[in-house]
Structures are given as C-alpha cells and as structure tokens.
Design a protein around this ligand. Structure first.
Ligand code: NFS
Length: 678
C-alpha cells in the first residue's frame, strides 16, 4: 500500500512538472504538439522550463566566474541597499563591475555570432569572385553596384577620356577583399559607419566608439572583462557599445548585403507559416539555423527535377521544405519557403512524426533535438564544422562551398530515403496562416513611394501628418520562460492599434506570420484609423517582415533613409522610432539591443535584463546612457505596458519635433469637431 502511494506520488510529481500546453503557448498547433509529446513521454523545452527554475543570482547579472577564486555571488540584501553598497567579490569587484562585465560579454558573444556568420558569407562571396565555385553566383548585380562605393570600390573607369562601366569581376573581387578586411584590418575604422547619419557619426567619434575592426572589438571585450582589467562599468559599457556597432553596422550589415548580392534582394511574396505547412504525403525537410549559404543550396537541390522524381520513386508526392529560426527567414524572404515555426517549435516539428530530416547549421539549435529525433525516424543532420552534437544518432555531413550543391543533394537524398521509415502515426496540426513577407529597405521605398518616384518621402509625410504615429522594430526570440508568442503578438497588436507601423525580423517575424499579422487585410481588423488608411491605400501589411536577425541592419538603414528623405529630424534619435525584443533569450539579442541604443534608439526588452542586481549600472543603461547617443535601455514583463512605454517615447519625440499637433488634427473626434464648429 505504502509502495502504491509512493508510486502515485511520483506520478503526480511528474505530472506536476509537465507544462500545461495552453499556458506554454498561445499557438494551437504548438499546444497540440506539446500535448502529443507528453502523451508519448517525450520531454520538450516547455516541460524543462516548468521543472527547472533559473538561478536567481544569475538572472540579476551578479555572479562572477571569470576566475577560479569564485564564482563570487553578490546577492542584493533583502532590505535593498541602504547606504553604501559594500558587496564585493574576492578581488574587490563591485556588483556594477560584475554585471557590466557579464553584459559586455553577452554583447561580445552576440556580435561574434552575427559577425562570424557574416564572415562565412564574405568568404563564400570571395570564392564566387575568384570563380572557385559554380554553385553560387552574383544574382543581384544592382545590389553589388550599390554597395561597392561604400567599400570605396569604383564601379566605373575612365578610358580615353570616356567614363565606362568597370568590369564586374574586378568589382566583385575588390568588394570581396575589402569586405573580408573589415574583420581584421590594422588601421582605420569600419567602412560602413559612413552610412549612418552624420550627427550620429559625430557622436560616435566624440565618445570614442567607432569600431576599428570587427574581430578586435570582440577580443577587446574578452580581454577587458578578464580578471583584474577594466573595473569601471562606464568604460566597460563604452566598449560594449563599440563592439555592438561592429555588429549592427559591421558584421550583420555586411552579411545582409552580400547575401542579397549572391541570393538576390528579397521582394514581397506570399507564403504560409506554422507547423501545418508540413505535408503527410511529402518528404518533409526542415532547415534550421542561420546561414543561408547552406539553406540556399538545399532549396536548389530540393526543387531540382532529379530530386523530386527520386522522391516519387519512394512513394512521396513531392518534397516539402520548411524553415525554423532565421535560416527559415532567409529562404522565406527570397524563395517563399514557409517557416514551420519559431525557435520554440523546433522540437515540435519532429514530434509531428513527419519530419524526414532536420538539417541544422549554427545558432539557436537545441541539443535536445537529438533526443526527440531518437523517438522517431527523423534524421538529424549537422552540417557546420563548428556545430556538432555528441549524441550517436546525429549524422554530420560537412558542408563545403566548393561542392555545395553536391552536399545538399546528398542531404536531400538521405531525407527521401527516410520517407518509408516513418514509425509513429503522423500527426501534423492542421494549422497555418497566409503571410506576405520579404520586405526590405528598397521595397519599403517602392511600396510607400510608388514606382514613378520611389522615395521615403511618402513614409515621412505620413509620419509628419500623424497617420503613422511612429515606427517600432519588434524583433527577436521566443523564451520558454514566457508564453510562446504571446508577448510578440500582444505588443504588435497594441502598437498597430495605436497607428505605429511595425517592422519585424527573426522569430518575431515568424510569430507575426503564424498569427496572421502579415497580411494587408490585417490593417482593417487591428489598426488605428491612420495606419489603416496608409496600409489600405498602398496595400501593405501593418507589420512588415524584414527577414532574419542579421537583417536588423535593414531596420537601421530604413531609419537612415527616413533621415535622408528629409523632415524635421536630423538624427536617428530624433525620429519617432523605437525597438523591442519582447521574448528575448539569446546573447545576440543583447548585442542588437546595444547597437540600437548606441544608434540613438529607445529599446525595451521583455522579461528581465540581467542587470537588476547592480542598481547603479542598471540606472546607467536605463537613463544616463541617453545623454551620449540618445538611446537607452528599458525592460518590462507586461507586453501591453511595454507597448505603452514605446508609444510614450514616440509621442515625446513627436512633441520635440513639433509634429504632435498634426496628429491631433488627424485624430479629432466628433466632439472635438463640434467644439470647433461652435
Ligand atoms: Ni535571432 Fe534568429 Fe530566433 Fe532569437 Fe534565435 S533564431 S538570430 S536569436 S531565437 S530571433
């Protein structure tokens, strides 16, 4: 009897540690798959988030493990800090120093991830320029010609007194050399910084944060935050700013540009989103990770007649590709390949039982995928020399740009061969949404400016007259510590309801697609009257999906175009634009937040920022830093409150520009009008 009670207790304890699918996600497809995983006894991130609580000291950013005298943990006194803050590590490091070091290291890691991705792209581009590969080519010549001058590469040449177009191969080679040099050049500062508005460049110069080269700024942080080096939180933050600029205006921006050159600039196209894009009677290949050099080739291979015919010989009707995370965004925006889900849905795509292969490269890939794949027939294939998994069921097929298509075909063939091995009953949620994705700096110009006179003038005009109250970048991850997609969607709806045009990237973009916010029809349902009018006139959704997380550089450049097109503003910090990552989890998000702050933008993060254990440093990031570049950090748990704070900042900026009156006129209601008439 006692034994039985014990067993019952254990069973109850286990059940208590499982996630409630409805609390875990607002997406019904995900809820179904979480429940299915639980029925099958397969653990997912949602269950682990219930079973394991985060470390309270780490959450506050005040654990230092940078030397072996520690880890030193500096909890805040229960009564708060009264008088002097006497907390110290063994070496004497204060809470401010420790939290600032940890924060800077997050910026370094995030910058490294984005920028190393950029380096890979630049290296592949070099192979193209040197004609060492047949699998990649220059697809978008105009884009190459438009970025060449930023690298100081001439696109024309004078022959016998006549100006002629320069040989394209020469231009490509020179751009490749100059681009790759950005990671390690010995002198000067990053070339792309010149693309920022002049007043912003002046601020960067004045405060000494112009990045020298990409790698150096990352190394600098690792050195500076080493035991016994920089012990001044302001000086550490200054380097975090410099490093973050090497990401936003360096590695990420170069990645985006060279990807556009090789794979084409995205243009708006229709697609779908969510797990329901997988097909019972097709070979399903899910591509997950970040670098499109791999995914582009898988798309090419999967669409080849040879592979489609081969799939048919195995009894499948065809091959269905789906994306997860940012590589999903890359192939969505250029090929219309539908995303199967966001970061938190990676395990769930396998739980459908219909995933023949999941192909991963780098970043945001759960090691637990291997454990989930083991329960099904799914082949989990790692492809990057930098990212392998210890589990035995994982296959490693290393991807090499010199024979990329061959590698991709091998992977696709492996998936096709696996089609007949499905074990469990297939259960694909019948849930997906239609979306329009693939926006960019150029397409915003086109859609809001028209073909005849494409410019940002129309956008500016609508900001000035108040139809568009402001711009908000809502970007970033999901985080299993909060309900999947809830904060993204709640915040976006709140913003568009208040006439704020939303630009999105990363998993935020996928979430918006899944929940139907990326269609022009959305405007009529959720938008305030001003934004609705603009969206309906030009036929765009009120939430524009600009791609992957490295494509946040597109948001920087779009905002810069707003300045260039003219208006009452001179710098990014003047325009009514704000940024948010409501469900952030990655170090990459911190790097992005820091480069937006250093570029003059108010940035608010959902949940927690790991600085709360060091109130003085926190105050520096949340308030004082604004005096340097105009941007500052904020964080808050409630997505509606986050949106309200963003709108408040937008309204402050409008007021400072003297365009708050214009808005009042547009939004005048009947009572106001009657008052006027009287
Ligand atoms: Ni961005 Fe993209 Fe998603 Fe977050 Fe991960 S995929 S690079 S880090 S989780 S948005």
């Amino acid at each position: 009897m006692a034994e039985l009670t014990k067993d019952k207790d254990k069973a109850e304890e286990k059940a208590a540690k499982l996630a409630d699918p409805k609390e875990a996600s607002i997406d019904i497809a995900s809820q179904q798959m979480i429940a299915r995983a639980q029925q099958l006894g397969i653990e997912t991130v949602f269950d682990r988030a219930v079973a394991m609580k985060p470390c309270n000291i780490g959450v506050q950013g005040i654990c230092c493990k940078n030397c072996a005298m520690g880890p030193c943990r500096l909890p805040l006194p229960k009564a708060g800090i009264v008088g002097e803050d006497t907390r110290k590590g063994l070496c004497g490091a204060t809470a401010n120093t420790i939290a600032a070091r940890n924060f800077a290291r997050m910026v370094a890691a995030g910058t490294a991830a984005h920028s190393d991705h950029g380096r890979t792209v630049a290296e592949v581009f070099m192979s193209v320029a040197r004609k060492e590969t047949n699998d990649y080519r220059i697809k978008d010549v105009d884009k190459l010609l438009s970025i060449a001058p930023h690298f100081g590469v001439a696109t024309t040449v004078e022959v016998d007194g006549q100006v002629k177009d320069r040989n394209l191969d020469e231009i490509a080679l020179e751009v490749a050399e100059k681009a790759l040099a950005e990671w390690g050049k010995a002198e000067g500062t990053l070339t792309y910084l010149k693309r920022a508005p002049q007043p912003l460049q002046e601020k960067w110069k004045k405060h000494g944060v112009m990045p020298r080269n990409i790698d150096r700024e990352i190394v600098d942080i690792m050195h500076r935050t080493n035991m016994g080096v920089d012990q001044d939180y302001k000086n550490i933050t200054k380097q975090a700013s410099r490093c973050s600029l090497a990401d936003g205006w360096g590695g990420s921006m170069i990645a985006t540009d060279l990807q556009d050159v090789m794979f084409g600039r995205p243009t708006p196209l229709q697609s779908e989103a969510n797990l329901g894009i997988m097909k019972q009677d097709h070979v399903n290949i899910i591509i997950h990770g970040h670098e499109p050099v791999l995914s582009e080739m898988i798309v090419a291979a999967a669409q080849s007649k040879e592979m489609v015919d081969y799939a048919k010989t195995k009894g499948a009707k065809g091959i269905q590709l789906g994306g997860i995370c940012c590589t999903g965004n890359e192939i969505l925006q250029r090929h219309g390949v539908p995303p199967a889900g966001t970061f938190l849905q990676q395990e769930l795509a396998i739980v459908t039982g219909a995933c023949e292969a999941m192909v991963v490269d780098v970043q945001c890939v759960f090691q637990n995928l291997a454990n989930v794949a083991k329960c099904f027939h799914t082949k989990l294939i790692t492809t990057h020399p930098m990212a392998k998994m210890e589990q035995e069921n994982v296959v490693h097929i290393e991807f090499d740009e010199h024979h990329a298509l061959e590698d991709a075909k091998r992977i696709v063939r492996m998936a096709i061969d696996n089609f007949q091995n499905r074990r469990a009953e297939v259960m694909i949620p019948n849930i997906k949404s239609t979306q329009i994705a693939g926006f960019g700096v150029e397409s915003i110009e086109y859609h809001l400016g028209g073909t005849f006179r494409g410019s940002y003038y129309t956008l500016n005009d609508n900001i000035i007259n108040g139809r568009i109250r402001g711009l908000a970048g809502v970007v970033g991850c999901n985080n299993a510590r909060s309900q999947h997609n809830n904060a993204h969607i709640t915040m976006m709806k709140e913003l568009i309801k208040n006439d704020v045009l939303v630009l999105t990237t990363g998993c935020g973009g996928i979430a918006a697609g899944m929940h139907g916010l990326l269609t022009p029809e959305t405007a009529g349902v959720y938008c305030g009257p001003g934004l609705k009018e603009v969206c309906e006139t030009v036929g765009i959704p009120p939430v524009l999906h600009l791609g992957s997380c490295v494509d946040n550089s597109r948001i920087l450049l779009a905002a810069t175009e707003v300045i260039k097109a003219g208006g009452p503003w001179k710098d990014l910090s003047d325009i009514p634009a704000v940024g948010a990552a409501p469900e952030w989890m990655s170090e990459k998000a911190i790097a992005i937040g820091q480069y937006f702050v250093t570029s003059g933008v108010y940035v608010i993060f959902g949940g927690n920022l790991p600085v709360t254990g060091a109130p003085v440093f926190q105050n520096y990031l949340l308030k004082e830093i604004a005096s340097l570049y105009g941007g500052r950090w904020d964080f808050c748990e409630d997505p509606v409150e986050m949106a309200r704070r963003m709108i408040a900042v937008i309204d402050e900026k409008r007021k400072a520009l003297g365009i708050d009156k214009a808005r009042d006129r547009v939004l005048m209601d009947m009572a106001d009008r009657q008052k006027l008439e009287a």
